[in-house]
Design a protein around this ligand. Structure first.
Ligand code: ZN
Length: 257
């Protein structure tokens, strides 16, 4: 294990402990009074083992989801004064289906579904793992609700860069809040691969180049039009930074090369 990885693990340890000790949050947290929207919780498959497990790990879904939403906002934005998509209603649906979780709708009303089948699959007689998976998946989906989107390059369904940004950011937010460990990091690949491959790279940029990187990268969508990874990196870190060079540096730092 090289020095960089050890430092990285320490940073993560600190972040994780902050994220998981809600009672110790510093007073004056600008997000504590921010209205993240009303949460309507619907349990459509109460007879399933998955729904019963969910009830064991989340006693107050409305409060839990709002708390996770504030953690997402704090990761994506500098302050409540930023330009933030206004969500008034989060409908959260627990139901049996063949999948994991998905967000639908756009602000002011979004819906997040979570599969009781997936809860059963991810349990494996380990309550801690179940809690972490639930929180991690929720951070990912809530990011989709609150994140800004690239402009001038098409849509999620038509443009790979758009898609890679959206899914990469969601997994980056999940990771830096403690929803993944380094063991979940895919080796190699390309920053355009989306999800964890992009997400761990973006998190590494935050941890090694600029602690506000994710906030600036999210914000880049308002200023870099048409949006691209190349220009958004320059916007977020400075003109001298090149994404392909950074990607190579990341692979070497992580021991992939
Ligand atoms: Zn996603």
């Amino acid at each position: 294990m090289n020095e960089k990885i050890i430092v990285w693990l320490c940073v993560l340890g600190i972040m994780y402990s902050c994220g998981s000790h809600k009672g110790k949050r510093v007073e004056g947290n600008p997000w504590s009074s921010y209205d993240v929207g009303r949460v309507e919780f619907k349990n459509l498959s109460p007879e399933t083992d998955g729904a019963k497990l969910y009830a064991k790990i989340v006693s107050n879904p409305e409060q839990f989801i709002q708390e996770c939403a504030r953690q997402v906002l704090n990761t994506l934005y500098f302050s409540p004064k930023d330009s933030i998509p206004k969500i008034e209603l989060i409908t959260y649906i627990l139901k049996s289906y063949n999948g994991i979780s998905e967000k639908s709708g756009t602000p002011p009303a979004i819906t997040i579904a979570y599969s009781t089948d997936w809860i059963e699959k991810s349990y494996k007689d380990d309550m801690e793992a179940l809690i972490l998976e639930n929180r991690g998946v929720l951070w990912h989906e809530l990011t989709h609700g609150f994140q800004l989107e690239p402009q001038g390059i098409g849509t999620y369904g038509t443009n790979k860069t758009f898609w890679a940004f959206i899914e990469g950011m969601a997994d980056a937010v999940r990771y830096v809040n403690g929803g993944f460990t380094l063991a979940d990091r895919p080796k190699g690949g390309h920053y355009m691969d989306g999800y964890r491959t992009t997400g761990f790279f973006l998190a590494w940029l935050m941890q090694t180049k600029d602690s506000d990187f994710l906030r600036k990268f999210n914000n880049s969508t308002l200023h870099v039009i048409p949006w691209s990874f190349k220009e958004a990196i320059r916007y977020s870190l400075g003109e001298e930074y090149d994404i392909d060079t950074l990607w190579e540096e990341y692979l070497v730092a992580m021991g992939d090369k």
